[in-house]
Write a protein that binds this ligand. Structure first.
Ligand code: ADP
Length: 482
């Protein structure tokens, strides 16, 4: 594995401050998607181990909640520093299990650390209210308190950042948390747990349970001690978890699928639009929930945009993320490749044409050629479903109303993007897009200071920003009679 600090590579789960194997002794193998080599294994845990983690989180809660905000903040701050001090190792570990280029992986570690820093700061700003009483002898005070024991289930596409943007606000608010990371990328999660311990986060406050998604998820949603679940992943699983949480009326944060439109108007700065499309579409090999999924290009600039995008895509270097200069790694697995192929075949069958790419890469495995399709019809599958791969389908449009209608014609509402210079149009379009986030003349919108989240079937709640901590707080109102 060749880490500067080999103790960051943990092959056991972290429950109640102790490294543990599964009760059954069974393990799950983790492979490198670039080489198919087995990197190691993690315990295949189920409901019993999850229950113990939840009980530990419950025992740890009173003391953690009772710390001053500043005391909790100091530990989160230290955790943040440890992520940055170990950025090289954490980045390498991530590239090995996830496939993204090393520079991107290290960038994600900085991004992950930024949530711990931000919420360490926000911990001290959990303000309440005083409200003028409704009667002369009454005083009304509003306080905010931690929800209690919380749970998180996270995906493989951002193996570190999707964790810290949940555990950061949870711990800052005074909650404790049990995490189930994605089975494809558990080593990043376990390394974070190791660093949490070094940062002085007390035992039981943050546990990481690896193993069977169904069994661990089932316990997290059915155990009445857990008061809140935060999930990032597919809409299908989100819907299922929401139904499971209905039993106890657990609070939920859901960050689910997207189907981002990326619109380029005639008056756009085309070079900037191409730059934005490259970042938004091909970052992480197209495997982010805010990736441009449908590119709508206005008639007057359509051909020029195609040429410029084609030239930019030709500069991408596909390969093992550890190799120098590689910009695009493999897809996470064969299933992901099959989905991209299905979307391409469907679009071609309906009259679309390939400009570049279109098939698995010569490197084999789950490597796929960055692809551009033109003349994609509205009826193509890709206009309704998220591809989650390096496929840019280009649709042609004539006017603003038409493109807004097409952009909004989806069950999803996470990210959207458009490029335009006319100020009135900028406001009109930004307000008309039915999305939680709108990137205007930029393809990169994720950061810790802004509220990330979606509307419609893309989810509930917001992560990051001053709003992110509210998802881990309950409002209590005190009515004081004099
Ligand atoms: P993706 O397509 O990104 O893998 P999923 O929604 O399948 O999205 O997975 C996201 C996370 O949800 C992963 O940690 C996965 O293990 C977990 N997961 C999958 N199925 C279930 C389930 N039935 N219950 C709880 N968690 C699940």
């Amino acid at each position: 594995m060749q880490l500067n600090d080999p103790t960051l590579f943990r092959q056991q789960a972290y429950i109640d401050g102790a490294w543990q194997d599964a009760d059954s002794g069974q393990a799950l193998q983790v492979t490198n998607p670039a080489t198919n080599e087995v990197l190691g294994s993690v315990p295949k845990m189920g409901a019993a181990e999850t229950r113990r983690a939840i009980d530990a989180a419950n025992r740890a809660l009173p003391a953690w909640r009772a710390l001053t905000a500043k005391e909790r903040a100091q530990k989160l701050r230290r955790w943040h520093e440890l992520l940055l001090e170990n950025q090289d190792d954490l980045g390498r570990l991530m590239t090995l299990e996830q496939g993204k280029p090393l520079a991107e992986a290290k960038g994600e570690i900085a991004y992950a650390a930024s949530f711990l820093e931000w919420f360490a700061e926000e911990a001290k700003r959990i303000y309440g209210d005083t409200i003028p009483g409704h009667q002369a002898d009454k005083r009304i005070i509003v306080i905010k308190q931690p929800i209690g024991v919380t749970a998180a289930i996270t995906p493989w596409n951002f193996p570190a950042a999707m964790i810290t943007r949940k555990v950061g606000p949870a711990l800052a608010a005074g909650c404790t948390m049990v995490l189930k990371p994605a089975s494809q990328t558990p080593f990043s999660a376990l390394a974070l747990a190791e660093l949490a311990e070094r940062a002085g986060i007390p035992k039981g406050v943050f546990s990481v349970v690896t193993g069977s998604a169904g069994e661990i998820g089932g316990e997290l949603t059915s155990n009445p001690i857990v008061r809140k679940l935060s999930f990032t992943g597919s809409t299908e699983i989100g819907r299922q978890l929401m139904a499971e949480c209905a039993q106890d009326i657990k609070k939920l944060s859901l960050e689910l699928g997207g189907n981002a439109p990326f619109i380029v108007f005639d008056d756009a700065d085309l070079d900037k639009a191409v730059e934005g499309a490259m970042a938004s579409k091909y970052r992480n090999a197209g495997q982010t929930c805010v990736c441009a999924n449908r590119l709508y290009i206005q008639d007057g600039v359509y051909d020029a945009f195609v040429e410029k995008l084609k030239a930019a895509v030709a500069t991408l270097k596909i390969g093992n993320g550890l190799d120098e200069g590689v910009t695009t790694g493999p897809l996470i697995d064969d299933k992901a490749v099959a989905k991209v192929e299905e979307h391409i075949a469907d679009a071609l069958g309906q009259g679309a044409e390939i400009v570049t790419g279109g098939k698995p890469h010569a490197l084999g495995g789950s490597f796929f050629e960055p692809t551009i399709l033109v003349n994609v019809p509205k009826s193509a599958k890709i206009s309704r479903e998220e591809t989650f791969g390096p496929l840019a389908p280009l649709f042609r449009f004539k006017d603003e109303d038409e493109v807004i209608a097409m952009a909004n014609d989806t069950e999803f509402g996470l990210a959207s993007y458009f490029y335009a210079r006319d100020l009135s149009r900028v406001f009109r379009v930004a307000e008309a897009l039915e999305y939680g986030m709108v990137g205007i003349n930029t393809g990169l919108i994720s950061n810790e200071v802004a509220p990330f989240g979606g509307i419609k079937a893309s989810g509930l709640g917001r992560e990051g920003s001053k709003y992110g901590i509210e998802d881990y707080l309950e409002i209590k109102y005190l009515c004081l009679g004099l």
